[in-house]
Design a protein around this ligand. Structure first.
Ligand SMILES: NCC(=O)CCC(=O)O
Ligand SMILES: [Mg+2]
Length: 343
């Protein structure tokens, strides 16, 4: 084997000459100094916990593609909300798995004040009034085709969907939702929901807009959780954002703020940190990320295989959202990380 000895350049500079004695490792030398200069911190106040609810009693159904996440009947959802409040988690977001017989072409069951989402809101509000409740006014768990909008002749019709989603938002507010978070990406829904909430006396109900929801492969496990995986035909590219685009995301956020959104959300999270940073810098509004099911499950799967340290990857991923400019994160890790931050 030939041995190669690299030549030192003539008059090679010392490291001090190269750096001008600016040694950036100095502050990293010990735990105490790393803590002292740490720029971002994750706190339990940053967490929103998405939970899945179903009809029935004493049901705690595992979701195969989301280890550690369950579909909960309302009695158990209330218990979990109590646990979340004790851990200091500020808010939960509820998503239903609706029985197939109640799903139809227009998602009409979303308008039933007694549907599982509205009953969950009332039950949790009654038992745990101190926790914030966020509901999604989207149609996908209620339609027989798994789309977020009303489907007519192969087209998701915008304005009719906005009417349906707006009516659903008012019914959710009447049930006690504190924040309406419409995730369907129809044009004009934020302004329509704001007008309708105000007209019905819900001026104090806020809107968190899923302003930039991208067409993404990372929603896979969620579709198992809400039971739309087998129903969905085609894709959602005519309403969700093209994941190649960034300027378009800024336009979407600007539009939703103009229409009255109180908060912005970017979804998915980790592959879209650049979008979070752009929106935060551009608008300086409360900005949230949804660390979606696929992101959660990737970390869980790699950890289960012993390929990564799951706890460390969880904490690192959540802190990355703070660094990117997030005020908070919707994450299935919420109770796990809250317990860790507390302990
Ligand atoms: N409207 C809520 C979602 O679509 C959640 C997606 C995910 O967690 O993958
Ligand atoms: Mg829009």
């Amino acid at each position: 084997m030939n041995k190669f000895t690299p030549a030192k350049p003539a008059g090679a500079r010392s490291v001090d000459e190269i750096t001008g004695s600016r040694r950036l490792r100095r502050m990293r030398k010990a735990d105490w100094s790393r803590r002292l200069v740490q720029e971002n911190r994750l706190s339990v106040d940053d967490l929103i916990w998405p939970i899945f609810v179903v009809d029935g009693k004493n049901i705690r159904e595992p979701i195969a593609a989301m280890p550690g996440v369950f579909r909960l009947s309302l009695d158990l959802a209330v218990k979990e909300a109590e646990r979340a409040a004790k851990l200091g988690i500020p808010a939960i977001a509820t998503f239903p798995n609706v029985e197939l017989g109640l799903r139809d072409q227009t998602g009409s069951h979303i308008l039933d004040p007694e549907n599982v989402i509205n009953r969950a809101t009332r039950a949790i509000k009654h038992a745990v009034p101190e926790i914030g409740i966020i509901t999604d006014a989207a149609l996908d768990p209620f339609t027989s085709h798994g789309h977020d909008g009303i489907l007519r002749d192969g087209i998701i019709v915008n304005d009719e969907t906005v009417e349906q989603v707006t009516a659903a938002a008012v019914i959710q507010a009447a049930a006690g939702a504190d924040i309406i978070a419409p995730s369907d990406m129809m044009d004009g829904r934020i302004g329509a929901i704001r007008d309708a909430l105000d007209a019905n006396g819900f001026q104090d109900v806020a809107i968190m807009s899923y302003a930039t929801k991208f067409a993404s492969a990372f929603y896979g496990p969620y579709r198992e959780a809400v039971g739309t995986a087998g129903l969905l035909k085609g894709d959602k590219k005519t309403y969700y954002l093209d994941h190649a685009n960034s300027d378009e995301a800024v336009r979407e956020a600007e539009q939703d703020l103009t229409e009255g959104a109180d908060m912005l959300m970017v979804k998915p999270g980790l592959p879209y940190l650049d979008i979070i940073r752009r929106l935060k810098d551009e608008f300086r509004m409360p900005t949230f990320a949804y660390q979606v099911s696929g992101e959660y499950s990737m970390i869980k799967a790699a950890a289960a295989n012993g390929w990564i340290d799951g706890d460390k990857a969880m904490l690192e991923s959540l802190l990355a959202f703070k660094r990117a400019g997030c005020d908070g994160i919707l994450t299935y890790f919420a109770p796990e990380v809250a317990a860790m931050l507390e302990g």
